[in-house]
Design a protein around this ligand. Structure first.
Ligand SMILES: [Fe+2]
Length: 438
């Protein structure tokens, strides 16, 4: 058994304080980056347009009846490197007479897609990563315990797609290219064969500054087996973890582990519920409403969170996404002490106006905000983030930001709790003064 095998076999949650971050560079195959996220739904047109408008992700490509695909309707929204794909099934009677190759997503299944939408509502079916070679990635994963979902499929000799089980009804999709011609004007080259460009010249809305997927988080019943499984077949290492006790309040109701690839650009956190707290764990609520494990949130990185938030908030009540309630003013009074050396007075004011939370770790600073659940059920939501600091230079002298810079917002649990308590005290003081005056 190799070094990575030994590490993978003995996963144990140790908590934030005892966790020592090391990067053993133990990936079992070369992972390049997050490639896309596919949502399964019952009507892709409406879902894609809502996300496009709410997040500022122009609709750039399609594969549907109009492109000769009678199997599924798929629409692709893109902002920077972030690609969201929305897929819904057409009538199986219509596609039954067509060759299987008519579907541009070769792993699409009518039956599975219909079941998925009925059981989970709107949700993420696939987290896709670009790998050097999807065949190699699939073979390495299977030989290290991954449950196969789809063997490698060659698409027009240009791309390869394969899938393994991740958690719940979510798959980890491997995508690789056989060509170096990834012409940005041709989605059948830079995305997948069968996709045709949509008219982006008249596309509305414009981009609001979102650039890429930072992390994709899953909720599972039990962390131990889920983390061991993914660690074992990917070779990913533990990048961070925290338990309910670490966050300074037992109210969080969750334990969490973050897995990362060698370059720490593909971050896959997982949460499990914690029981016995006053309030029911939000993870348990998710598991019940989602009818099992699934993707809890997608953290989207903006290159200007203030601009992104201004644009998103403008659309909150007109078809966009609503945000969780902003913290009380006491949170921002304390923020001057916590982050006054990184954020200017104006930036702190802007955080308060937009309801942005701030946290930091030993390396950098994280600005974050969460939407309310994005569909009917209290399940999946979106996080918008910007990371500040941790700039490094690669071998070619190119500047890049270290993955996970500033953490994932662990400190905000206790900070929010504290500021709410302080705020409630100010309200009590006000009531006392008012009743004395009456
Ligand atoms: Fe997050």
């Amino acid at each position: 058994m190799g070094k990575a095998d030994a590490g993978a076999a003995d996963f144990k949650l140790v908590g934030f304080k005892n966790f020592v971050r090391v990067n053993p560079r133990s990936d079992r195959f070369r992972v390049i980056r997050f490639h896309h996220v596919e949502f399964w739904c019952t009507d892709a047109t409406n879902a894609a347009r809502r996300f496009s408008w709410g997040l500022g992700m122009p609709l750039v490509a399609k594969s549907d009846l109009s492109t000769g695909n009678p199997v599924h309707a798929s629409y692709l929204c893109r902002s920077g490197d972030l690609c969201f794909l929305f897929t819904a099934p057409y009538s199986p009677c219509i596609s039954a007479s067509e060759p299987a190759s008519a579907a541009s997503i070769p792993t699409f299944s009518h039956h599975a897609c219909r079941d998925f939408a009925a059981i989970h509502g709107l949700g993420v079916r696939a987290i896709a990563v670009e790998v050097e070679d999807a065949e190699v990635a699939f073979a390495a994963s299977i030989s290290h315990g991954a449950k196969p979902m789809s063997p490698p499929v060659f698409l027009d000799g240009r791309a390869v797609v394969a899938e393994v089980h991740l958690y719940g009804d979510v798959v980890l999709r491997y995508v690789s290219y056989k060509t170096t011609n990834l012409d940005p004007s041709l989605p059948d080259l830079w995305f997948l064969p069968g996709f045709e460009p949509m008219d982006v010249s008249s596309a509305y809305p414009a981009d609001y500054g979102i650039r890429r997927l930072d992390h994709a988080v899953g909720n599972v019943h039990e962390l131990g087996p889920a983390v061991s499984y993914v660690k074992q077949f990917t070779g990913f290492h533990e990048f961070a973890e925290f338990t309910s006790e670490d966050v300074g309040t037992s109210e969080s109701g969750l334990n969490s582990v973050v897995l990362a690839n060698n370059e720490e650009t593909v971050l896959l956190p997982m949460n499990e519920p914690v029981f016995g707290t006053k309030r029911k764990s939000q993870i348990q609520t998710y598991l019940e409403h989602n009818e099992g494990p699934g993707v809890q949130h997608l953290a989207l990185m903006s290159d200007d969170i203030f601009r992104t938030l201004r644009e998103m908030r403008r659309r909150s009540s007109v078809g966009g996404f609503e945000f969780m309630p902003s913290p009380p003013p006491t949170y921002y009074r304390n923020l001057k002490d916590r982050a006054g050396d990184v954020l200017s007075h104006e930036q702190i004011k802007e955080c308060e106006e937009l309801g942005i939370l701030v946290d930091r770790d030993d390396q950098g600073t994280l600005l974050q905000i969460f939407t309310k659940p994005i569909g009917d059920r209290p399940t999946i939501f979106i996080e918008i983030i910007q990371r500040v600091g941790c700039m490094m230079k690669d071998d070619q002298g190119e500047e890049y930001q270290k993955g996970g810079c500033g953490g994932f917002g662990k400190g905000n649990f206790s900070e929010l709790f504290k500021s709410i308590e302080e705020y409630e005290k100010t309200l009590e003081a006000r009531r006392t003064v008012e009743s004395a005056q009456a």
